[in-house]
Design a protein around this ligand. Structure first.
Ligand code: CA2
Length: 145
């Protein structure tokens, strides 16, 4: 539990930098992992940074983090808009949940407007690309004493 933060990334985010740079930027998931590592070091957080294309794997990781982490930052990608399972798993936690999106889903197709994460997230950082993840870590450093 000691100052550990879990960052979860959902389906297709492993493809960042390869397609659709006009929407998601040209940074890769490894670039984001690196920037998060630097921000975490700055604030004295230990980081678990994970990505999966499988809903069940994300649910399992959220369950396994119970009692082990001080906060969860999640970009659930397309599962944001579909997954009651991820919503239910996150709801098991009493630690802060922070929602992150590279783009701003509200500025895109209607089917991206609803988020199953939003009702349980303490805060969201959207439309800032990689910086949104860093801002989420910076935010946690102010609320986690
Ligand atoms: O803006 C975000 O971060 C999203 O969570 C990204 C998801 C999308 O379904 C959400 O509505 C908003 C999609 C991630 C797909 O990433 C790709 C990366 C490169 C090429 C194709 C997809």
């Amino acid at each position: 539990m000691h100052n550990r933060i879990l960052i979860l990334n959902g389906p297709n985010l492993n493809m960042l930098g390869k397609r659709e740079p006009e929407i998601y930027g040209d940074q890769t998931l490894d670039d984001i992992r690196h920037a998060c590592g630097v921000a975490a070091d700055t604030h004295g957080f230990m980081l678990d940074f994970k990505q999966s294309n499988y809903e069940g794997e994300l649910v399992t990781w959220i369950q396994e983090a119970l009692g082990q982490v001080r906060a969860i930052i999640i970009n659930a990608a397309a599962y944001t808009h579909t997954s009651v399972a991820i919503h239910d798993a996150l709801k098991l936690h009493s630690v802060p949940i922070i929602e992150v999106h590279l783009s701003n889903p509200q500025d895109r197709e209607d089917f991206r407007h609803f988020s199953y994460i939003e009702p349980i997230a303490e805060k969201a950082f959207v439309g800032q690309g990689l910086q949104g993840y860093v801002s989420a870590i910076d935010y946690l450093s102010t609320v986690l004493q």
